[in-house]
Design a binder for this molecule. Structure first.
Ligand code: PRX
Length: 631
């Protein structure tokens, strides 16, 4: 039986009184091969930065997420897979999950993949994606899942950065009635980088694909050739579990590294506390495994807790806006966890798509990935949740491994849009520009003043970047790059990123990445990208583009530039607005004034502030007129 801990006040009090006892309890949720006697060894001092949790403990993550439940409840459902095509679904029992994970692990081992090797997963939302993650964990390999909406170019750079030896993919992915050429993208990526000696492909659509002899294998064939049983590797708590690339304020995505014991303990603890599921409940996180939400709250958290987790191959709006609610009725789903962007896109199609289905099974509705606007929160609560179901607005990041600030069911629900209070064990502060803590109500930069087990340990291959990015702005603290407000009741409201990262449909994107994709086009001299408010996506991507001398704008240029970004990064980064401009607002020292570009894109031109320090102030009016034409 998994230990549960759902009383926030009790846990918070325990943490205050005896933090080590609290953290020991969090660790004891897991099955350890050697129970850790050490709790943590952490310093946020940038000259001596180190973060270690439960370091003398040993365990295997797959044993925790699979074997212990397969022994206790072999016939219960571990994964409920819901296919893209309405009406298709499959239940995978814990026994089957164990069987499949062992097979996949043995296929990897048989081809020389082992402890510490990096394996890229570029997969659709099929059970094999979870098998692959857990198979890596079983043998001590480190997975790095790349979202299927990234291009071959982006895939290649991730393969190269982590030095992957194997790629697991599918012939094609299916999403919203369309297909994604995953294996062809892998082939294109592998034409650019070396080092990959195994490509394992899951057959999904049956599309003809290209195979390289001696490198490429079908999963369904390879699994027939390996034994069913695969022992688990004994891993140190601090051994890496996975790398997940995420965007920052430079052009190059960072490989966020998470380790085994602390990450899993935190994913398990927060999943239990926030969603409060019991065995037999059906829990649905509608994210993609390509993002951290899919890692912690589709795969690791719920499976560690022995909870039936839904894997959904499709999209909320196909074939129509009733898809979520139809599946909730059909499978008696108890928890739905999704992003505000999905909620907003469903809202606009009207309530009848929701109300015609029975949603009485729902106990908790979760939100993640971006600030939820009060209107969307209310609709989620009142229409989707019939005014009865609590909303948990969970704030966290790829870097934090699991949720850090969130309401939990049972809290009074009076504040649409507030992430409310830190989880037990989490110490936040709001700092002003001089790094002084803001006491009581106020706005500031959100930092974590102490560590938690699910914290990332480093940027893969670039520890200095880890230190510079997170521990330099406010020495002694982890800086989230988010701004936040604390109200009179002490509740926290996330106000959004304060760096050059934008949040498009809950997908995190560095404006610098989009800029470097644009300038790779032969006609582009310079580009500046900002986010602007978008009704559905939360933020849209607005690109100011300066052409090289001798190039003029033409009808298909916008299309070409959009395609350029899709090629360099992928469809997830497709620009919404491309404004061809004669120049950019720059200071006399040549620095682009992004604040002005953001205001122009937002249409907030009455509050541009002081523009007199610009090298060419007259460019501002030209940009404003141009922007009006784009809106
Ligand atoms: O700005 C915050 C926003 O998403 C960022 C983290 O993005 P990512 O690493 O992709 O992880 C997304 C899933 C955890 C944060 O810096 N964010 C995430 N959740 C919320 C949020 N903003 C407001 N409210 C949230 N609940």
């Amino acid at each position: 039986m998994i230990k549960t801990s759902r009383d926030r006040m009790t846990d918070a009090a325990l943490f205050e009184e005896a933090p080590d006892v609290f953290w020991k309890g969090v660790a004891e949720r897991l099955k350890w091969m050697t129970l850790p006697s050490e709790i943590s060894d952490v310093s946020f001092d940038k000259d001596d930065l180190h973060i270690r949790w439960y370091a003398d403990g040993t365990l295997n993550v797959a044993e925790n997420c699979v074997d212990r439940h397969a022994e206790a409840r072999p016939d219960d459902t571990a994964i409920l897979w819901i296919g893209d095509e309405p009406g298709t679904s499959k239940e995978i029992s814990w026994r089957e999950l164990h069987h499949e994970v062992c097979h996949m692990a043995n296929v990897l081992k048989a081809r020389g993949v082992g402890r510490g090797d990096r394996v890229i997963l570029y997969m659709p939302m099929i059970p094999e994606a979870a098998y692959a993650m857990l198979a890596c964990a079983r043998i001590g390999a480190v997975h790095s899942v790349v979202f299927g909406g990234f291009s071959p170019e982006a895939l290649a750079s991730r393969i190269e950065d982590c030095g992957a030896v194997a790629v697991i993919t599918a012939d094609e992915g299916r999403r919203g009635g369309k297909t994604v050429p995953l294996k062809a993208n892998v082939d294109a990526a592998l034409a650019r980088v070396s080092g990959v000696r195994l490509v394992l492909t899951v057959q999904v659509t049956g599309k003809d694909i290209h195979f390289v002899h001696g490198r490429d294998y079908w999963w369904h064939e390879a699994r027939e050739e390996v034994p069913t049983d695969c022992p688990t590797e004994e891993m140190s708590a601090e051994d890496p579990l996975f790398i997940l690339y995420t965007s920052g304020s430079t052009g190059k995505p960072k490989g966020v590294l998470h380790t085994s014991g602390g990450y899993l303990a935190w994913a398990s603890y927060t999943h239990d506390m926030i969603f409060q599921c019991d065995p037999g409940d059906v829990y649905w996180c509608a994210a993609d495994v390509g993002w951290i939400t899919g890692h912690s709250y589709i795969v690791y958290g719920p499976l560690a807790n022995g909870i039936t987790t839904v894997m959904f191959e499709g999209v909320p709006t196909w074939p129509d806006a009733g898809r979520f609610w139809a599946e909730i009725e059909r499978h008696k789903v108890n928890v739905l966890y999704t992003a505000p962007t999905a909620i907003r896109s469903l809202m606009k199609d009207g309530d009848s798509f929701v109300t015609k289905y029975d949603r009485s099974s729902l106990k908790v509705l979760g939100s993640v990935g971006e600030p939820i606007n009060p209107e969307a929160w209310r609709w989620y609560h009142e229409v989707a949740g019939d005014g009865k179901v609590p909303i948990v607005d969970t704030w966290w990041q790829t870097e934090t491994g699991g949720v850090l600030i969130s309401p939990i069911p049972g809290d009074p629900m009076t504040k649409p849009g507030a992430a409310t209070k830190p989880m037990p064990g989490i110490k936040t502060a709001l700092l002003d520009q001089d790094a002084k803590p803001i006491e009581g109500a106020g706005n500031g930069s959100l930092v974590l003043t102490s560590s938690w087990p699910g914290q990332m340990r480093t940027v893969y291959g670039d520890h200095q970047r880890f230190i510079d990015t997170y521990f330099s702005a406010f020495p002694g603290n982890y800086f989230t790059s988010d701004g936040a407000r604390r109200d009179e009741d002490g509740d926290i409201w996330i106000t959004g990123r304060v760096d050059d990262v934008i949040n498009v449909s809950g997908h995190r994107m560095g404006t610098a990445e989009v800029e470097s994709a644009l300038v790779a086009h032969e006609a582009v001299a310079e580009a500046a990208v900002v986010g602007y408010p978008h009704d559905i996506k939360g933020q849209g991507i607005w690109c100011y583009v300066i052409l090289k001398a001798g190039h003029t704008s033409h009808d298909s240029l916008g299309k070409e530039l959009r395609q350029q970004v899709r090629t360099e990064i992928g469809p997830v980064a497709t620009p919404d607005v491309i404004q061809i401009a004669p120049g950019l607002p720059k200071t006399r020292s040549g620095k682009i004034m992004r604040r002005i570009l953001r205001k122009i894109a937002e249409g907030e031109t009455s509050s541009l502030g002081d523009t007199s320090t610009l090298a060419e102030p007259e460019i501002v009016d030209v940009l404003i007129r141009g922007a009006e034409g784009e809106r």
